[in-house]
Design a protein around this ligand. Structure first.
Ligand SMILES: *[C@@H]1O[C@H](CO)[C@@H](O)[C@H](O)[C@H]1NC(C)=O
Ligand SMILES: *[C@@H]1O[C@H](CO)[C@@H](O)[C@H](O)[C@H]1NC(C)=O
Ligand SMILES: *[C@@H]1O[C@H](CO)[C@@H](O)[C@H](O)[C@H]1NC(C)=O
Ligand SMILES: *[C@@H]1O[C@H](CO)[C@@H](O)[C@H](O)[C@H]1NC(C)=O
Ligand SMILES: *[C@@H]1O[C@H](CO)[C@@H](O)[C@H](O)[C@H]1NC(C)=O
Ligand SMILES: *[C@@H]1O[C@H](CO)[C@@H](O)[C@H](O)[C@H]1NC(C)=O
Ligand SMILES: *[C@@H]1O[C@H](CO)[C@@H](O)[C@H](O)[C@H]1NC(C)=O
Ligand SMILES: *[C@@H]1O[C@H](CO)[C@@H](O)[C@H](O)[C@H]1NC(C)=O
Ligand SMILES: *[C@@H]1O[C@H](CO)[C@@H](O)[C@H](O)[C@H]1NC(C)=O
Ligand SMILES: *[C@@H]1O[C@H](CO)[C@@H](O)[C@H](O)[C@H]1NC(C)=O
Ligand SMILES: *[C@@H]1O[C@H](CO)[C@@H](O)[C@H](O)[C@H]1NC(C)=O
Length: 423
């Protein structure tokens, strides 16, 4: 009866690690001191995104300083779209709060591709942690907003802080007052920049921080700004990101593109882009306003996020079919980080060795005695209880899309366990 007891055991193991997730909308009431970028036009036409990229990449210029006319307080109640998961439907002691970067939404951490084989969420659950991933303010199913002076890093960090306080005091939907005593913050790219800002402003909110796809070296952000070949999001995939409906005829869709402006649009409007989106059947189009910009196509996505030969081409197309935009307000504030961080907890910077935006495609080419570009982040955290930089081999900027992603998740979760946050 060895085989039946083995299969019973297998059944118990499967039950013990069952993934139980709920999706919900969590309101946050927040306020922040935002930048006013009135010296700078919201890119509204199909060709304005090229002007934006030129503005962001001109040598010797600081586009943020050029655009800035002052500061203003922005306040509001916003809806945040959340996916909350536990290993077996029972809340544990520790939750990992996952903040995605530019180009993606919360599904970056839980890619459905190949039956969730690449899912970070699945791995964290298998280690006993709960996960809380969300669409950043302005993106996906979270509230959208005005793309220049409203949806900026400053306001998004306040949203992350509010979500964290709710998790701690138990006011998150479904927690019924039973809050978490341990919260780990994990970001990717712009999500890491926001995590960095969070733990600087509110060090007490975080028990450990992992910054993936990150460094503090701003030398290469221009490659990112140019490499996107930015397009208007609502024209690039009008069915999913605009408001074109399934019932629309092809001619109407072309008119939709044309409606925004002039004849240039039809020349600029590539049919290949149009058909590289899933045609929504039931879900509502995201209906982004003009001014939200997005990477042109799958080649841009590969350039920005992936390291050739170490990913499945199918997952690149999968990412392209679910891609998400960025606002000019975000692009102008993503580098607005204090050089000295007040955080006192443990910090892991985890970056692919071929990361483009934060390492220029080679994290160990430092030209100095520093072992890597991410290792230099240690000087930004003078008071961290511990600091480690881990360089993940054969990996570009988007860890979760690479064949070897799960081995990276193990490094991250082993680090969490060995730094005082057990599941
Ligand atoms: C929750 O949302 C994700 C996308 O973020 C989707 O793939 C999943 O099916 C949803 N789950 C439920 C239970 O609705
Ligand atoms: C580009 O910069 C110029 C000069 O600062 C500004 O007037 C213009 O509004 C900017 N346009 C975009 C789309 O960034
Ligand atoms: C660019 O200007 C902004 C706003 O003045 C400032 O916060 C930032 O530090 C500047 N960046 C650099 C690299 O000088
Ligand atoms: C948030 O969502 C609720 C319904 O789920 C809706 O009634 C409300 O208007 C939304 N609020 C915002 C700020 O979008
Ligand atoms: C899942 O990933 C592992 C390696 O991590 C690989 O061996 C396996 O073939 C993958 N399965 C699927 C269905 O993609
Ligand atoms: C919990 O935290 C949220 C976000 O800061 C706050 O709005 C709410 O008042 C707090 N509730 C309690 C009971 O502390
Ligand atoms: C957003 O909501 C739609 C339903 O309106 C759903 O189909 C989709 O999976 C959601 N996406 C995310 C990332 O939550
Ligand atoms: C659809 O989107 C376009 C481009 O943003 C906008 O001009 C138009 O008003 C939108 N229509 C509806 C019904 O929302
Ligand atoms: C680091 O800690 C020292 C001693 O508590 C304190 O004086 C200093 O202000 C802290 N620095 C930062 C950046 O938090
Ligand atoms: C950024 O990295 C490059 C390449 O290693 C190096 O030459 C440059 O000095 C670094 N910049 C900063 C501010 O550390
Ligand atoms: C996969 O990642 C692990 C953890 O970083 C590393 O030890 C291993 O060398 C990687 N394998 C490949 C083939 O890159």
């Amino acid at each position: 009866m060895v085989s039946s007891s083995l299969s019973l055991l297998a059944g118990l193991v499967a039950v013990a690690s069952a993934k139980v997730c709920v999706n919900f909308t969590q309101p946050v009431t927040i306020s922040s001191r935002n930048a006013v970028f009135d010296n700078f036009a919201v890119p509204l036409t199909p060709t304005d995104p090229a002007t934006l990229a030129l503005n962001l990449t001109r040598q010797g210029q600081n586009a943020t300083a050029n655009a800035l006319t002052g500061y203003a307080t922005i306040s509001g109640t916003y809806n945040m779209s959340v996916q909350y998961c536990t290993p077996n439907g029972q809340k544990g002691n520790a939750v990992q709060v996952l903040t995605h970067g530019i180009g993606f939404d919360k599904t970056y951490w839980d890619l459905a591709y190949h039956n969730y084989n690449y899912s970070y969420v699945d791995y964290a659950l298998s280690q006993g942690y709960d996960t809380f991933s969300y669409d950043r303010l302005g993106i996906g199913n979270s509230s959208h907003g005005e793309p220049r002076n409203e949806i900026q890093s400053f306001l998004e960090v306040q949203a992350l802080a509010a979500l964290t306080r709710q998790l701690r005091n138990g006011t998150t939907t479904g927690l019924n007052g039973n809050g978490y005593s341990k919260v780990v913050h994990i970001g990717h790219s712009f999500g890491s920049a926001q995590t960095y800002a969070l733990v600087n402003l509110y060090p007490e909110l975080s028990d450990a921080a992992i910054l993936t796809g990150f460094s503090m070296n701003a030398s290469f952000v221009g490659l990112f700004a140019a490499g996107n070949d930015f397009q208007q999001a609502n024209l690039n995939q009008p069915f999913r990101l605009g408001n074109a409906s399934l019932g629309m005829q092809v001619e109407e869709v072309l008119n939709y593109a044309n409606a925004s402006m002039n004849k240039d649009v039809l020349r600029k409007f590539h049919l290949s882009d149009l058909f590289q989106q899933p045609i929504p059947t039931t879900s509502k189009p995201l209906n982004y306003p003009s001014g939200y910009v997005i990477n042109r196509d799958v080649n841009a996505l590969i350039y920005l996020f992936l390291f050739p030969k170490f990913f499945d081409l199918g997952i690149a197309y999968y990412g392209e079919s679910g891609k998400q935009p960025v606002t000019p307000g975000e692009l102008l504030t993503l580098g607005s980080l204090t050089m000295t961080n007040n955080y006192k907890g443990p910090v892991l910077v985890f970056t692919g060795d071929h990361d483009l935006p934060y390492c220029g495609g080679d994290c160990v080419a430092t030209g100095t005695s520093s072992p890597s570009i991410p290792a230099a982040v240690s000087k930004n955290f003078p008071n961290a209880s511990s600091f480690e930089a881990y360089i993940q081999p054969n990996t570009g900027h988007g860890l979760t899309f690479h064949y070897n992603a799960t081995a990276g998740y193990k490094v991250m979760n082993d680090w969490i366990k060995s730094h005082g946050v057990s599941a």
